[in-house]
Structure formats: C-alpha cells, structure tokens
Design a protein around this ligand. Structure first.
Ligand SMILES: Cc1cc2nc3c(=O)[nH]c(=O)nc-3n(C[C@H](O)[C@H](O)[C@H](O)COP(=O)(O)OP(=O)(O)OC[C@H]3O[C@@H](n4cnc5c(N)ncnc54)[C@H](O)[C@@H]3O)c2cc1C
Length: 285
C-alpha cells in the first residue's frame, strides 16, 4: 500500500524515526564521561538552539535524551557529552570512530540566550550540567560584545571530574568574563577552591536586575543556586533551569516526563525558576 505522507499518523511516526549519524570523534573527558562528535549520513546537520537535546540511540541497546553540547553556529557537527551511568549511556560512551548511532530531534526549548543581550549572564553548572551550558556559553562568546559581564561558575565533585578544561581557559581569556571553578573535595595539591558552587554565586559581581542566569546540575544544587540568585536580586523569571526527567518519546506524546502541567520534553527542558519553584522542593517528584 502506498504511504500517504500527508497522513498525520505517518508524520507523527516519521518524527520518531532516528537519522543515522557516524561517530567522527570520541574524546575522553573524565573517567566516566566522553564527548562524541557525529556527522549525518543522510543530508544536512541538525540546526539547534543551545539547551535543546536529541534522543540518541545505540542501535539494539536503547535510546536516551542527551543535550547537545556543541556550537549552535556549527549545525553540521552534532556534539554530545555523555556520562556513563547505565546500559544505554555505557553503549554510547563505547561508540568508536566509524560507528553509526541514531539521533532524532532536536527537541525542547533551549536557554533563549539572546534574551540576555545588553545585560549580564551568569552560568552556573554542576557536574555534567556543564554539557548543555557549553552550547550557551559558545553562543555568548561568539557574540561577546552584545552582552555585559559574563560569569561561568562551575562546581564538580573532584578535580578529576572537571569537563572542558580547554574551553574554560579560552572563555576566561574573553573580555569581562570570569570563570570560577570549585570542587566538593580535593587532594592537597589542588590549588583552587573547595566547597559548593553557591559560594561562587555569592562572590560574583553582576547587575542582578539585568542578569539572565542559566543553571544546570543536580536538582538540589539548582534549588540552592536559585535561592542564592534570587537573594542577590535576580528576578525568578530570569533564572532558567534545565530539568531532567525520564523521557521516552521526546515529542510530548508519552507523558513520562510530566511535571505538573508541563511536559518537559516540549515545554522544557529549560524552564524559569518562577514556573517550577514549588515543585523543586518536593523530593522524588
Ligand atoms: C533533557 C535531558 C538532557 C540530558 N542530557 C544529558 C547529557 O547531556 N549528558 C548525559 O550524560 N546525560 C544526559 N541526560 C541524562 C541521560 O538521559 C540519562 O543518564 C540516561 O537516560 C540514562 O540511561 P541509561 O540506560 O544509561 O541508564 P539507566 O539504567 O536508565 O539509569 C542509570 C541511573 O541513572 C538514573 N537516571 C536515568 N535517567 C535519568 C534522568 N533523566 N535524570 C536523572 N537520573 C536518571 C537512573 O535512575 C539510574 O539511577 C539528560 C536527560 C534529559 C532528560
């Protein structure tokens, strides 16, 4: 039977079909995290906004949501930074150059970086949370003169867990840009700060009412960082968080990622603090 491409059911099924991407690089970031660079086998790259994600598939193993950590100005190269925490992420991290993975998307609402134009930008990352924020920082750096002061505040468990060391150095060399790193625990040889990322927020100088804050990390960290930012005077509507929930379809059909009235795959993953503050305090929600 011929396929009716105008049929809504066919169109919906098409939206769930992964496209083939070839792995062109697999770079180890830390003991459990790699960055994959992928190129499409069947046409154009994926134009995306910083903060969006794809459903990334290891064929025969499974499919999981992974944020795009690459440069939005280079859609031909799909870049994902993946932490090995289970079956699918393990298979993705083990992908070798030449292997083919499936990707569909990009999905979701991103950071909306351009809303920060003319004001200050405070980026606060915890652990693997720097991956989706990397795309946002690259977008800011590319149009650096359009923004005020920029702070990249990054907390990791240990020095060995720090991601994107070269990027952090490059960003720190930009005008009016501060990159501050803090670790939870450290060997005595670590010359940097030890503590929580909230301390970096407290110490940073920014014009709070004219600041857009972008935050990604464990939910408890985002709750405390959100409280610190608003205490400093950043309006809750200008604090944006990237939320993670179990996602299956990525297109608002299956309901796995529902948070109150939001389906995080389409209404998020980036939402403002004022939209989700009541839910953030509820354990296991
Ligand atoms: C929008 C979005 C963007 C993401 N971006 C990235 C990214 O850039 N890099 C990256 O490494 N990971 C990212 N993740 C998390 C990633 O999707 C999960 O680690 C992955 O689904 C785990 O699948 P698995 O089969 O490897 O492990 P599983 O066996 O399914 O899970 C292993 C462990 O991780 C926990 N887990 C599974 N999924 C999630 C989740 N969504 N949030 C919190 N804990 C979870 C499980 O409870 C379990 O403890 C993102 C998730 C979302 C929703």
């Amino acid at each position: 039977m011929p396929v009716d491409v105008a049929d809504p059911a066919t169109a919906a099924a098409d939206a769930l079909l992964p496209r083939p991407f070839r792995v062109v690089a697999n770079r180890r970031e830390t003991s459990d995290t790699v960055t994959l660079e992928l190129e499409p086998l069947d046409g154009d790259g994926l134009a995306f906004a910083a903060g969006q994600f794809t459903m990334l598939q290891a064929f025969g193993v499974g499919e999981v949501p992974i944020s795009i950590s690459g440069d939005p100005a280079r859609p031909g190269l799909l870049v994902h930074t993946i932490r090995d925490v289970g079956g699918v992420t393990r298979a993705l991290c083990a992908a070798e150059v030449g292997d083919v993975l499936g990707a569909r998307g990009p999905y979701g609402r991103g950071w909306g970086v351009s809303d920060a134009r003319g004001g200050d930008v405070v980026v606060v990352a915890g652990g693997i949370g720097l991956a989706p924020l990397r795309a946002a920082v690259l977008e800011v750096v590319r149009a650096r003169s359009g923004f005020g002061r920029v702070h990249v505040l990054y907390g990791a468990r240990t020095e060995d867990d720090l991601l994107f060391g070269d990027d952090l150095e490059e960003w720190a060399a930009e005008p009016d840009t501060e990159v501050a790193v803090i670790v939870d625990r450290a060997a005595t040889s670590w010359p940097g700060r030890v503590g929580l990322v909230t301390e970096l927020v407290r110490a940073a100088a920014f014009d709070a009412p004219r600041t857009l804050a972008l935050v990604c990390g464990p939910e408890v960290m985002m709750r405390f960082v959100g409280a610190e930012l608003t205490a400093r005077g950043v309006p809750a509507s200008q604090v944006r968080l990237s939320l993670e929930r179990n996602m299956r379809c990525g297109v608002g059909l299956c309901g796995h990622c529902q948070l109150r009235e939001y389906l995080l795959c389409v209404d998020g993953p980036v939402l403002s603090l004022d939209a989700v503050r009541p839910q953030l305090g509820i354990r296991e929600l």
